[in-house]
Each structure stands twice: as C-alpha cells, then as structure tokens.
Design a protein around this ligand. Sequence first.
Ligand code: SF4
Length: 228
Amino acid sequence: MNSLQKPKREIPSKRKIELFRKRLLLWFIKNKRVYPWRKTRDPFRILIAEMMLQRTKADQVLDIYNDFFSEFSSPNEVVRTDLKKLRKILYPLGLKWRVKNFKDVCISLIKNFDGKVPNTRTKLTLLPGVGEYVAGIVLSVAFGKPEWVIDSNIVRVFKRYFGILTTKEGRRDRHVIELAQAYIREKEPKRTNLALLDFATLICAPRNPKCTSCLLSNTCHYYSFEKK
Ligand code: SF4
C-alpha cells in the first residue's frame, strides 16, 4: 500500500465530503425507503419508532408501530395503561426487557419535560434507554436540527468510502463524530441523515456491498484500493 492507499486518521476535505453528500442525496431521491415514522414530524412518534427500531428491522416494526399508535397518542396514555397491554402490543419486537423502557421513557417525559419530547441532545439522552443515535435521529428528523447520527452501519460506510481509521468503538470515536457532523447539510438534516442510513443498508451493506452498481465507486477508497 502506498501513502495514498493507507487509511488515515484525519477528516476528509470539505470538497470530498460535499461530493459524497451530493451523490447520496441524488441516489436518495429514487431509492429512499418510505415508512410512516418518516412521514411525520411528531417527535413522540419518531422517538417511539426509533426505540422500536433498535435491534429490529424496519419492516418488522411497521405493524407494531401502527398498533401502538392506534392505542396511544401521548406519553400520558402509555403511562396510564398496564404493562400487560403494552407487552401484548410490543411482544413481536422480542426482547421482553425493552417493553418497560417504553413506559419508563413516557414517565420521564411527563415528570421531567412536561409530557413533551425535549429538543436537545443532552436532555434526550437523559431519557431511559435513549442513546446518542436515537437522539440524533429525533433532533434531525423531528426538529430539523443539523445533528449527527452514527451507528455501526454509518461507521462502516465512512471507513470504506473515505478510508479513515477509527478506534475499535467507531461509534464513539471523536473523529467519526466530527465527520458525521461535517456531512450534514444545514438546510436539510433529515434528508442527509436518512440518505446515509438507507445507503448503508441497501448498497454499502456489511457483506457483499454493491460496489459495481454504486454511484460512489469511482471516488471510493475501498473500491479503489481494497476490493480490487
Ligand atoms: Fe460502499 Fe462499495 Fe459504494 Fe464504496 S463502492 S461506498 S464500498 S458500495
């Protein structure tokens, strides 16, 4: 490997990030995944959907999301229901321990935030079971704030495309967070973050990335130096 080919621990140039974003947004126009939680700006619906999506595939969440919101429309209604009913609705998500999280989050929303979903990362991550990823999605999708979103899929795309080095825990790597922040387009944080998430799932998948049909391949580090 020559010096160009070696992964680096530095933020890519503004130009390279802009090109990446521009192409992803183009790809997203025709390829975006459509889900009910993407059509709403209601922060409570988006927060609950993201909690459901943790460790469960989006297509599996669809019915559960619809059942949940045909029963409850506010944190108050969730708190008033008994755990048994909540368990019945959320059962298909698997992982029983998660059910209580939904009730605990609603209790915390009422107790600490007047029943409303807060609009800062610091406050959102005070909610039980809500981490940086869910906070970033809620802020960018519901509140339109230019806030970064990182999960292991996004780390993989950044590593492959930009050829960056990360620490073992890529999601918490300061370097990756800076890159995710630089990637967001101030004017459309929702679209930029969702485009990256969909691209990571549909094209730059963990196994067998679809490099030959990828519109980023001619500028991708992995495709240029590692795959061939
Ligand atoms: Fe991912 Fe391959 Fe596209 Fe590079 S060329 S971004 S590795 S799918």
